[in-house]
Design a protein around this ligand. Structure first.
Ligand code: HPA
Length: 269
């Protein structure tokens, strides 16, 4: 496994013309930001040795090297979801490669269902912590020597980056929520009872991504920052049906706000 990570990193290093220390996973809600990247190199996943290939609707699949907010960045357009059938090693493979490329900070976004009754559809939630409710931990198995066997997860999301995000949101008059993101394996949205259970566990939002990548990033010593777009609300009094289209629509509406916060953060961090 580690050998493959190194091979992929070597392949990319041989082609890279920049030295980014910041990476972004352009999840739901960051399409807008993708357009603002001054692209220097766009490498389709299909060309990268050992890289999995993204299949889900609405997600392309390429690594972008370029500039954003005056910074060299590496962006993943399209991520790998566990529900697509990838195993955890595949889902998190790009993060391990990022570490070898010298990435120090990771920005992630996702769409999530709100389980906190104070939330509204379209809210941005700065992720303060996470709950791994996926069936596996991506660090299971032989320890990859990029980090310790038993990594600390006390600051899964970097407190300083959260502070910076709050300041930027405030300056730009953007309302933000804070909360705990819980990841399920999907692809089902939750039953009303599941939403209520997750809320009681301490989750504020539920989604199907991000947690494995952040676990591996922390193992690699990469600091993380994440925002969820609250695209639907579960577990409330009445049952509301959710479709992928509703999720996409709410995410599209929240995009400009997300792009403002993320773009400024990258410029300043
Ligand atoms: N649950 C899980 N994943 C999601 C949801 C949800 O309600 N909304 C968007 N992604």
């Amino acid at each position: 496994m580690y050998k493959r990570i190194l091979e992929t990193a070597e392949w990319l290093k041989a082609r890279m013309t920049t030295q980014p220390e910041t990476a972004i996973i352009l999840g739901t809600g960051l399409g807008e930001l993708a357009k603002e990247i001054d692209k220097e190199q766009v490498i389709p996943y299909t060309e990268i040795p050992h890289f999995p290939i993204s299949t889900v609707e609405g997600h392309a699949g390429c690594l972008i090297f370029g500039k954003l907010g005056g910074k060299d960045i590496l962006a993943m357009e399209g991520r790998f979801h566990y529900y697509e059938g990838y195993d955890m090693k595949q889902v998190t493979f790009p993060i391990r490669v990022m570490r070898e490329l010298g990435i120090k900070t990771l920005f992630v976004s996702n769409a999530a269902g709100g389980t906190n009754p104070a939330f509204e559809i379209g809210d941005l939630m700065i992720i303060t912590d996470q709950i791994n409710f996926m069936p596996e931990n991506p660090l299971r198995g032989a320890n990859i020597p990029q980090g310790p066997r038993f990594p600390d997860m006390g600051h899964a999301y970097d407190p300083q980056l959260i502070q910076l995000a709050d300041a930027i949101a405030d300056e730009n008059g953007i309302k933000v929520q804070h909360g705990v993101y819980l990841a399920t394996q999907g692809p089902t949205y939750e039953t009303p009872s599941e939403y209520r259970m997750f809320a009681r566990w301490g989750a504020d939002a539920v989604g199907m991504s991000t947690v494995p990548e952040v676990i591996v990033a922390r193992h690699c010593g990469i600091r993380c920052f994440g925002i969820s777009i609250i695209t639907d609300l579960g577990g409330m009094e009445e049952v509301v049906l959710i479709t992928h289209e509703d999720v996409q629509k709410a995410a599209a509406e929240a995009q400009p706000r997300m792009a403002t916060i993320m773009g400024e953060m990258i410029a300043r961090s």
